[in-house]
Structures are given as C-alpha cells and as structure tokens.
Ligand binder design. Structure first.
Ligand code: PLP
Length: 472
C-alpha cells in the first residue's frame, strides 16, 4: 500500500515513510491510494476474532513495510485487558432496544484518544529503533491530547516528550494525570501564560528549521494517518457486537471536533463495513454541522470559538476534514487539484469555501448526516440517561447521543461512541444529576502523588534551551 497527499503530491510513500511525519510536503494530508475492500467471507471470518487480532488484520491491509510477525506483536502489546480494562477492549452496552453505547474510553487517560495513541507509542518505538533514530515530540495541550501522548510514550525507547501546558489552568485532575508521571523521557513544561501562548511557542520552535532538524522535533497531532487507521478497528468491533449477521446494517453517532474519529468511520464504510449512517455531532462549535447541512465550510475566528462543557470538541476548524473533501471530490488527481485550491488559497483569503452543487450532492451517498448539541441539551441528555437507564455518560458522549436520537431509522441499530468517562467532567455531571461521578479505581488519590514539572515564562528561546539540555 502506498500513500499520496490530498493536495496532489503522488510520490509513492510506504506506511513507515509517513508514520513519523505530519503534513505532506505540499501541505496536504496523507491518504492511501485506495481503500481495500473487505469481502463477505473476510468479514465473516473477522467476526470471531479478538480485538488485537482484528486490529492486526485491518492494519495489515494498509501496512506492508513492517514484517507481519512484528506488527502482530506490537498490536498485541497495545490492546490488552491490562491497558483497556476488559477483554472486549471496546465493550458495547445497550441503553434501549436498538440503541447502544460503545466504550472507547477505558484506556489510561479515560478518553478515546488512547485507542490510537497507545498504538502510536509502540509503532514509534519500533520504527525509531529500526532506524537507529531519536525523536523529540513537542506539543501544547490544554489537557486531553497531551496526557494521551504522554501515557502512550512514557518509557518508550528513542522518544522524548516535551509538553507545554498553561501553568495553573488545567483542572487539578488533569494536572495530576500528567505531572505525576515520573518517567525520565516525559517533560512537562508549565508555561506562565494561556494555551495560545503554548501553541505559539510550539509554532516558533517548529519554524526554526535548523533547530527542528538538529533536535529531531516531531509531533503526534491528530492528522497522523496511523492514528486514524487505529481508529478504524473499533468501528468493525462495534459492528460485530451489535449484529448477529453481516446482512445487517448499523449507524454510528460520533461526537466530533477535528473530524479524526468520524473520518475513521468513513474509511471503515469505504472498506465495505455495512454502515448505514455516520451521524456527526458537534457542540456549539458547529463548523462541521454547518458543512453537512449546507456545503459551506467556514473556519471560525477565536472570538467565534466557544468554550463549552464538551471542551475536546471546541474547535475553530477541523484538521482532518480535508481528507473527506478529497474523497468526496473523487480521490483522484482532479480532486487533489481542487482540494489544494479549497484548503490553500480559498481558506487563506476567504476564511472558507462553498462547494458547487454538483460537488456537494454526492455527500449524502457517503452516509453522513449531522446535528448540534448545546449546553442545555447536554445537561438534559445526561440527566435523562441517568434517570431512565442508571447510566452516567460524559458531556461529549451526551452530544453524540442527543444527535443520534434525531437520526434513528427503524430496524437499524444506532451505536453511540463514548469518547470520555464522566469522571473527567465532574462539574457538568453534578450540574445535570446532582451527584459526582465515581473516579475509576486506578486514579483514586492521583491528586496526592508527587508532581514532576518545570515552570517557564512565555519564551520560545527558554523552551529551546530546555530541549537542548534534555535532548540526550
Ligand atoms: C478529541 C475528542 C473528541 C473529538 O474527536 P475528533 O477526532 O477531534 O473529532 C471528542 N470527544 C473527546 C472526549 C475527545 O477527547
């Protein structure tokens, strides 16, 4: 399998070539040249597999430059009961007839990003070891992505993490989760500023190409193809749990921000998984809902980006969305030329674009429908789900469930992806239900552990000096 850029660069690259990279050289995102189709016999055989074996089968279709025995070992080291809490890894539970919740949030940081990031940790260690290289991952976080990256990379050979966060602005729980890591390769840098200051420092350091090359600076952002690929697996696993035969179809409802999670659902559907609808749910930041209703993609400014009670979906633009547009336009060189125009000059000059009617019309054939959920909807959904079913769901999952209910089709099971555990968003759970969610046993008392972090001013030069000193 080879990979090409959504903006037209067709230099053939293998999986290992793009694994450690971010954007393609032309600014596009990597996609496979085609989506392998899974035939009926294969789908039937996969039904019986464990999560790790299923992951191995799916990944093998896209990775031909890692020996199968090695890939199998990495996948089995990743998806264990020890790390994800159950043998099923992504257990499905029934809320009511035809309505299910698939738990993607039982990994170490209690959110679905662990599903992909844990695999990335193993893949990075393997690939860097094979090349005899080192990588310094530099990132900025307001909480979630940073902790998922740290828990994936802790103790891994050849990788160091330098994670900037706004000093004193994360929740005590998030701070404890990240700062209690004692691994020598994890560096928490608490910047005396806000999240945007952290992000500006990362940009400033990354734009110093000489420094970047000398210190092998990399990232683990959500556009990484390996992350997306890892997520494809749980769509298959959810389907097998919700159905008895491969004649059945299901729909998935996905709380969405950067379009990474639901893009994996799109890939699964392109491979032939019988998905009826992909229900995209946004919070008040409704860039994507607007697109799927109107064909207009309008990037928001920071003044227009709302801080909500489902904060991991607070985005102004959706970094993975370009992949879908490339597929919508035909996944070929013409599509790449148009994608390059839309996501390059159009967005830069006009802050967005509107697809022509004939360009947008095929979107329905890809199964997408969408909707939006507000703080009031979130509270009502959490309360209702708790009162009627005795189940506590987190704020992001509540957005998914609210929109899922608006798109039920008779006879088609609906699977809502649970993207975080309620314990992470206790204040809103309390507001909705009057009670505190129980923290998972492994994290009780985490706030009292010794913390390991370095406070630094808003100063890119100081951060560079810190990296220089610790890059050894
Ligand atoms: C990251 C995240 C999302 C959004 O996922 P995307 O892949 O960015 O669409 C939703 N919920 C939670 C809890 C998250 O951490």
């Amino acid at each position: 399998m080879k990979y090409v850029s959504t903006r037209g660069d067709t230099t053939p690259r293998g999986f290992s070539d793009i694994l450690l990279e971010g954007l393609a050289p032309d600014g596009g995102l990597y996609l496979p040249t085609h989506y392998p189709k899974v035939d009926a016999a294969t789908l039937q055989r996969w039904r019986a597999l464990s999560y790790a074996d299923l992951a191995f089968e799916i990944l093998s279709l896209y990775i031909d430059d890692i020996p199968p025995a090695d890939l199998k070992r990495l996948v089995h080291a990743t998806y264990t009961k020890q790390v994800f809490g159950t043998d099923a890894i992504v257990p499905l539970s029934k809320l009511e007839d035809g309505l299910f919740i698939e738990a993607l949030s039982n990994g170490p940081t209690l959110a679905f990003k662990d599903m992909a990031m844990q695999l990335l940790g193993h893949l990075f260690e393997y690939e860097l070891g094979r090349r005899g290289e080192q990588l310094n991952i530099l990132g900025a976080t307001s909480g979630d992505t940073g902790s998922a990256a740290e828990y994936a990379m802790r103790g891994k050979q050849g990788v160091r993490v330098f994670m900037l966060s706004p000093h004193g602005r994360m929740s005590p729980f998030q701070q404890a989760q990240m700062f209690s890591l004692q691994d020598a390769n994890i560096h928490n840098i608490a910047v005396e500023g806000v999240f945007d200051d952290c992000q500006d420092i990362v940009k400033a350091v990354s734009h110093d190409l000489d420094f970047k090359r000398r210190h092998k600076i990399g990232t683990v952002n959500s556009i990484n193809w390996a992350r997306l690929l890892a997520q494809v697996v749980y769509y298959f696993a959810g389907y097998f749990q919700a159905t008895k035969s491969n004649d059945e179809r299901v729909s998935f409802a996905v709380p969405s921000g950067n379009f990474g999670n639901i893009c994996a659902g799109h890939v699964a559907r392109m491979m032939g998984l019988p998905i009826h609808r992909l229900v995209l749910a946004t919070n008040e930041n409704d860039v994507l809902d607007e697109f799927f209703r109107t064909g207009t993609y309008r990037v928001r400014g920071s003044a227009e980006t709302h801080e909500t009670s489902s904060p991991s979906m607070d985005i102004s633009k959706a970094s993975n969305f370009e992949r879908f547009v490339f597929d919508l336009l035909g996944h070929d060189p013409n599509a790449a030329a148009r994608t390059a125009e839309l996501f390059g000059p159009k967005i830069a000059k006009e802050g967005g674009f509107t697809l022509a009617r004939e360009e947008f019309a095929p979107a329905a054939g890809f199964g997408f429908v969408s909707g939006k959920s507000t703080h009031a909807d979130r509270l009502a959904t959490i309360r209702d789900t708790f009162q009627r079913f005795g189940t506590l769901i987190d704020t992001h999952t509540a957005d998914g469930l609210k929109v899922a209910r608006e798109h039920r089709d008779a006879g088609v099971p609906m699977i809502v992806l649970e993207t975080a555990l309620p314990a992470k968003f206790a204040a809103t759970i309390r507001e909705a239900t009057g009670r505190d969610p129980a923290p998972p046993a492994a994290l009780v008392g985490i706030e009292k552990l010794p913390k390991r972090f370095t406070v630094m001013p808003v100063d890119a030069a100081a951060v560079k000096r810190y990296i220089e000193t610790h890059d050894r």
